[in-house]
Design a protein around this ligand. Sequence first.
Ligand code: SUG
Length: 444
Amino acid sequence: MVAVAARELNFDGLVGPTHHYAGLSSGNLASEGHAGQISNPRAAALQGLEKMRFVAGLGVGQGILPPQPRPDLGLLRRLGFEGSDGGVLAHVRRAAPELLSAASSASAMWAANAATVSPSSDTTDARVHFVPANLATMLHRSIEAPLTTRLLARIFGDERYFTVHDALPSSDWTADEGAANHTRLATELGAVHLFGWGRARGAKRRPTLHPARQTRGASEAVARLLHVPQTRAVLWQQAPAGIDGGAFHSDVLCVGNDSFLMLHERAFLDHEALVAELRLRLGGELDVAVANERELPLAEAVASYPFNSELVTLPSGGMAIVAPRESEQSHPARRFLERLVAEPSPVTEVHYVDVNDSMHNGGGPACLRLRVRLETHEERALEGRVLWNGLLHDELVACVSRRYRDRVTLDDLPDAEFVDECRTALDELTQILRLGSVYDFQLP
Ligand code: SUG
């Protein structure tokens, strides 16, 4: 591996105050299955904060990204709803409540979809690159990119080290889901970036039940923008059977870290050829664990999300898997994870965390974080107060406990008072994070 004083920071998206279950993501079985249920944004945000505390406690770098303001009244106005904020809300409530849901989704919490990132050790210009994801496939997610870009540019604003690109054009050709379809591996032979894609112009094999979100065209463009040498980028098709089984992103069935990759056999088409290709570039140090259908049926993997774990390098040098509680409760998923610790592999420990409220919308521990590998001087150049520490944690917990509701249904969304409440919470959160004015409603 390249010897640099670098560490990975996991930037978690803080759950927003409008977190609710709207069934907005077709092909995401948890989202579809929990549509209309009552949510508890306060509990969801506290679970997320507790996960950050836990991961930081392992000695792993932890950062925080604030929620996005919702409902996005700008989206509703672009869709033809006119008048004051109250008027827009009343009109959309009558005419198209599902659009109000889309405009109110707290989906920016799944920060793995915020962007794709390449560390300076891997890039041809020795800079850290960020490509915000356009999330073009789902309406409720397609509205995230402008603010994501602004936030990344604010935090990673030091142009000596960081380049924050624009998101790709939103088109059927270039639909991009960010780091949820990307894994970085590294051995003594260097780093390899694995980009999973689900559909391509002219591709013969494609899912038939559910949408494939990431396009090959997007992965190619992202790899170029990330300044990863062509020989270090591997683009591979997600198995259509996996997508049809509910694996809408490649990180639902696969996660990698440095020299270790764990995947389900339905993660990628012809996974054996993929592993051979990776070994060619990364050498014998690459350690790969595959779960087959017999050991862990696809439906069980999608329901319990063991591959959507955070796979982190510990200060001791070993690796920890931070899995969702649902993986512990699933016999085959738990046995698979325990096998990794028992066998000779870099994984030395497995932990289970409760992110149940996010899981009900299809977001496990890995969905909630964006990995950013930084060298010490790059980390020092970060702006804002976005690196986890105990005091920051306490302040965020206090804010969420005071400002977030513990019960939200679809009926609460058109309430102008609720909109004000959400703005107050976000204003306070961004003050705690010392990000200045980042939301339109904060600008003069
Ligand atoms: O895009 N769920 C998200 C879950 C994202 C998971 N991210 C990763 N795999 N990295 C999605 O489908 C559901 C919202 C709702 O139905 O209310 C949602 O958007």
